[in-house]
Design a protein. Structure first.
Length: 240
């Protein structure tokens, strides 16, 4: 089937919890991107509504900064998000924050999906495909082929040009067997390693990660320009 694993027809959706890291500092944004309005609604609420609409997701745990616990909890209540079961405080690094969320997942959920709070336009199809692949394996993540030629450089000088046909931009949700990702993140924290990608935690243990079909609209909002693009995509999606 190639690099992208597809969901098998007739497969029953697994029981999955979603962990949403929303504890970043948003230094490149100039404001807290998760509370920034997107179509008049906070970015984080768009993200949580997308996950709430997925049949395979049974519970959502939001991980945020301690000074945002009350505000995030209030937003979730006002948005009537029935699947948000917990809002917990994150750690000093993203890895510690994700681990805090995973540790809050109940034993009834054998699969956990970790999705960036700043990816508000993720589709149900992207989420469900990654969950199905992780359920039949142990780790999966959506990805899209890289469009631009990528250069490796050192001190501003090109040192290599990787083969673009082998390069993929990995997105979220990244989905794992719950016990596996809990162990992998714990080891990363104990080893003092801070990861920007949760797949890297299981890759350190030699566990293969399947890539599922992502979407170019599943962008991560990091800069003001990203928010402008997301606004345009949201309007486009509502028209089509």
């Amino acid at each position: 089937m190639g690099i992208f694993q597809r969901r098998r027809k007739g497969a029953q959706p697994p029981c999955c919890a979603a962990v949403v890291p929303a504890a970043g500092s948003s230094t490149r944004m100039g404001q807290d991107k998760l509370f920034a309005p997107l179509g008049g609604v906070p970015v984080l609420i768009h993200t949580l509504r997308a996950l709430e609409s997925c049949p395979s997701v049974g519970a959502i745990i939001v991980v945020t900064r301690s000074d945002h616990l009350v505000e995030v909890g209030k937003l979730c209540r006002e948005a009537a998000l029935s699947k948000v079961s917990k809002v917990v405080s994150g750690g000093a690094t993203r890895t510690e924050s994700v681990l805090a969320g995973v540790e809050a997942v109940g034993e009834e959920y054998p699969i956990v999906a970790i999705h960036d709070g700043a990816r508000p336009l993720v589709s149900r199809e992207v989420v469900e495909a990654a969950i199905a692949a992780a359920a039949s394996g142990s780790a999966a993540a959506p990805a899209v082929p890289v469009k631009d030629t990528v250069k490796e450089a050192e001190r501003g000088i090109v040192t290599a040009t990787p083969d673009r046909s082998r390069l993929f931009a990995v997105q979220t949700p990244q989905v794992f067997d719950t016990d596996l990702i809990r162990t992998a993140l714990t080891r990363a924290v104990e080893d003092g390693i801070s990861l920007t990608d949760d797949c890297a935690a299981v890759e350190r243990m030699g566990v293969p990660v399947a890539l599922t079909q992502g979407s170019y609209t599943n962008l991560k909002i990091t800069t003001p320009e990203d928010l402008a693009v997301a606004e345009a995509l949201l309007e486009w999606r509502e028209r089509t």
